[in-house]
Ligand binder design. Structure first.
Ligand SMILES: [Zn+2]
Length: 325
């Protein structure tokens, strides 16, 4: 059995209590964000539904073994294939399977990963199935916190929202996983908006230092108005994080400009950010952040061939539309 992250335990216990008292819902919808490890929560609920022992999930019965080995015959996964939306054929195939008797004489579990990726036809086909619950058949749907999902599907499910944990819970957990100073752990959490698994990755990959160095270079780019010097420092494996770093730098500068002292993301770079903000206007900082956000969204939509051009265009706009004004 993989252990649950501490921030997932309260939700898990509520769900497991409901099932042990006989009023578990046949369709659970988990709304969640990246970096919170919610896959483990959904897996734990599936194990709970399969386990044949009284202390569920026991981790050692035949059903638990089959599920953790990824070969339980009554487990069905619906997910985007090759990054294509979940089509109606996939749902029909699943429906046929769950119409048959369970092969292990227990429950059948259907997991829908990325439920917002169901095509309309697929969502309607799934809806029919959800509207006519079959005995011993359970649906576990996962979607993003703010992803669009058919209201009718929503209304058939019991919804569980998995948010980022409190700072204290996240901080305590990171201290057990990684040896670092508290201020570094807090910075890693802040720049990842409180998501513990992303913060851990950031510490493990030494991204805090990379970020400091990158933002120093951003400062030089600003003082020298030199897009071509900053451009080669973008790393395609880190590009979205690098843009987020710049964006958080700009939004902290705006907070400074407006005299807001709380909730700074880059508290470790406060002095540099203050110096930067003194030379900007609030409107300029807002514009700068819009330019960076536009670059970020263009990069998610356009193929990587144009990556350099999009970046160069954005950096040039920062110089001509913000820094030189
Ligand atoms: Zn078991």
């Amino acid at each position: 059995m993989t252990t649950l992250y501490p921030w997932l335990e309260p939700i898990y216990h509520q769900i497991s209590n409901a099932f042990s008292q006989g009023h578990g819902h046949h369709a659970l919808l988990f709304k969640t964000d990246f970096g919170l490890g919610s896959e483990r929560l959904i897996d734990a609920v599936a194990s709970l539904l399969f386990c044949q022992e009284s202390e569920k999930p026991c981790g050692h019965c035949h059903a638990c073994h089959l599920f953790s080995a990824g070969s339980h015959p009554d487990f069905h996964l619906l997910a985007p294939i090759d990054n294509k939306d979940i089509g109606v054929d996939q749902v029909r195939e699943m429906n046929e399977k769950v119409n048959q008797h369970a092969q292990q004489n227990g429950n059948k579990v259907v997991m829908v990963q990325g439920a917002e990726r169901l095509t309309e036809a697929a969502a309607n086909a799934l809806l029919k199935t959800l509207e006519e619950p079959r005995p011993n058949t359970y649906f576990l749907l996962q979607t993003g916190l703010s992803s669009p999902l058919l209201a009718t599907i929503h209304s058939r499910c019991q919804t569980w929202i998995v948010n980022a944990p409190s700072l204290q819970v996240a901080q305590d957990w990171l201290h057990t996983e990684y040896s670092a100073e508290t201020h570094e752990i807090l910075t890693a959490l802040r720049i990842n908006y409180g998501r513990p698994l992303l913060a851990l990755e950031c510490l493990q990959q030494n991204l805090l230092e990379k970020r400091r160095e990158f933002l120093r270079q951003f400062w030089l780019f600003y003082t020298r108005s030199s897009p071509l010097e900053l451009l080669p420092l973008f790393d395609s494996a880190l590009i979205f994080q690098q843009l987020d770093w710049i964006s958080s730098f700009l939004s902290d500068a705006l907070k400074d400009k407006l005299g807001i002292q709380s909730n700074w993301i880059n508290q470790d770079l406060q002095r540099g950010i203050q110096q930067f903000s003194q030379k900007q206007t609030a409107q300029g900082l807002l514009n700068a952040n819009q330019i960076v956000q536009k670059v970020r969204s263009d990069l998610t939509q356009i193929n990587a061939v144009n990556q350099e051009l999009i970046l160069l265009d954005g950096l040039t706009k920062l110089v001509t539309e913000v820094f030189e004004n």
